[in-house]
Design a protein around this ligand. Sequence first.
Ligand code: SF4
Length: 484
Amino acid sequence: MIPTTNPFDDDHLREECAVFGVFGHVDAAAHVALGLHALQHRGQEAAGIVAFDGRQFHAHRGLGLVSDIFADSQVIGRLRGSAAVGHTRYSTTGELVLRNVQPLFAEFEFGGMAIAHNGNLTNARLLRQDLIKHGAIFQSTTDTEIFNHLIANGRGAMLDRVIQALNTVEGAYSLIQLTKEGLVGVRDPLGVRPLQLGRLDGGWMLASESCAFDIIGAEFVRDVAPGELIVINDEGVRSHRISLAAKSRFCIFEYIYFARPDSVVEGKSVYAARKEIGAELARESHVEADMVIPVPDSGVPAARGYAQQSGIPFELGIIRNHYVGRTFIEPTDEIRHLGVKLKHNANAGQIAGKRVILVDDSIVRGTTSKKIVEMVRNAGAAKVHMRISSPPTAHSCFYGVDTPERGKLLAATHDEAGIRDAIGVDSLAYISLDGLYRAVGGAARNGAAPQYCDACFSGDYPIALKDQMEGDEPPQLSLLAELG
Ligand code: SF4
């Protein structure tokens, strides 16, 4: 049995955040707002910008989409200065309070600092308990605030304190900090989360993905290396190492689903990687059929690759409505009954009487897959095969991606035949982990030294999950109701 859930939940893992920073460019905040707009796919529930004009910091944060929060040109006008940092986030409903919206800002001995963070600290709970025990007062429930307390407790100049804090935290993170001294960008020692450097008119940018540079016409310079700390100020860009070079373990799911297909991350076009994953999937699990149909939008590039490799025609057999929005956030029973149809509709004229291969990027709980298969069958498909461009998602992510607890992941409780029956397809195949590695990296997964984080498939977590290992309950933080 597949559990029922909110019909508006599209049953994907969700990347939790995006970061964008600008230094040395007029209208920095306007550029950050545009960059965040391009990164909206990484978090749709809240966003914020903090700008610095050489004397003062200016901040604006809100709940909702970037285009709504910064729609008023007066808001951007107030965010004066040639340096700014921004953040957009996804969160679970209980955490959706304004005080959690980043960039966080605090005053330190060295002056003000705004911080924006993508990722997750794996020792956050332990650090927070220790800090609270020693008198720290937390304003939010984000692990990002831990950096502030560690930096406040540190010794020496701003950069020394930042490095001391980085030596204390563990986890996956891309960070951008804005101080009166400049912009600081850091990527975690294994480079699990992405961070990139760009350039425009003599100014510098840091962003989660290169599509954020494209929207403002900036030039992509390079990926920030795993364990690299970059300082950008009036003297230019300086690079520091915060950890000995370990082997990179970039999140392989960025290639499957999280990153935008027009981005280039870690030297690879995401679109090309997705097509190659689809081609590899076709080589591994061919089946006779009349057409290949993507589950839009995320299944499109892999379905193109599958169709090209197999020689089976590619057709848009499912059409997606892009305008399902907040109107339906609290659906009535009548609307709830419509479920997946609010977002997807079968293109019956193409499908009726045909043997179809549906290509999707993942199955998380299976709720959406089951409904889509039903919809395609109701449209008259003769056979429905499903091909998935990731290995079975059988483990939760603790590195900055929102995943259901393990027991709710269909692949954690069912084998492939069980999943096939649960979602009601004639055949089901996932790409193998080796096949995925071949598609994105040119070599099979090396068991002893994998090049990527693939923990949600393999259970091989490259960063110790210290908070998970401790049996204690987390401290009960009483958050005020700030929902707005
Ligand atoms: Fe990415 Fe999965 Fe690793 Fe999380 S566990 S960082 S989603 S590969």
